[in-house]
Write a protein that binds this ligand. Structure first.
Ligand SMILES: [Zn+2]
Ligand SMILES: [Zn+2]
Length: 209
């Protein structure tokens, strides 16, 4: 597998993630690390965002970082969401089929970076915090996030190398009309009920009744 020569590609700074995501947090820092590992492991040249596919197994703050840094987005159909509630991300190089699955280590915990974070959060969430506590929480979150960015990759994720069958490229489907609500729906998302074309919401309503 070819690895990126770091002088070829400058990974976007974390500040761009924060601009997009709206706040600094450990979750977006974790996503930033995942994206950085994916680019380092899978790419050897400058432009890659059309070639990369990400399958995320959660919809946490981390996924915003992945979108900014890797260019994998829902709109480009190269970000695929599996609602498994796992801190795991698979990245695939569409050209080569090389892939890595990153799964968070059981041993990883923000407590290892700063044990006060959990306590401060609890205090602020319970409503008993002073203004000082709140400021301290904000500062601790920033420090922990920065700490995550500076951690060695192997302290956050287990990395599994794979070769995968490539998902088909985005195709453009024609639209058809739902016989119940009259709205247009992509052909590959239509449902059939007694030979009538239905959109998914209308189909689901019929099934519930
Ligand atoms: Zn966040
Ligand atoms: Zn309908």
């Amino acid at each position: 597998m070819q690895k990126l020569n770091n002088s070829n590609y400058k990974i976007k700074p974390f500040s761009q993630v924060t601009d997009f995501h709206g706040h600094i947090c450990p979750g977006s820092a974790i996503g930033y690390k995942a994206a950085e590992i994916a680019i380092k492991e899978l790419f050897s040249k400058k432009s890659f965002d059309e070639e990369l596919i990400c399958i995320t197994e959660n919809d946490s703050c981390a996924v915003d970082a992945i979108q900014v840094v890797t260019g994998c987005t829902f709109g480009k159909s190269n970000l695929i969401f599996h609602d498994y509630g796992k801190q795991a991300y698979t990245f695939i190089n569409r050209e080569t089929g090389d892939a890595v699955r990153l799964s968070m280590k059981e041993s990883f915990s923000t407590d290892n970076i700063n044990p006060n974070l959990g306590k401060l959060r609890q205090k602020v969430n319970s409503g008993t915090a002073t203004n000082e506590n709140e400021a301290e929480l904000r500062e601790t979150i920033n420090k922990v996030s920065e700490g995550i960015i500076n951690l060695p990759d192997n302290e956050i994720f287990d990395v599994q190398y794979m070769k995968v069958e490539l998902p088909a490229k985005t195709r453009i489907f024609k639209s058809v009309k739902c016989s119940k609500c009259g709205e247009m729906v992509s052909d590959h998302r239509k449902r059939l009920h007694k030979e009538n074309i239905l959109c998914m919401p209308c189909f689901n309503k019929i099934k519930e009744n």
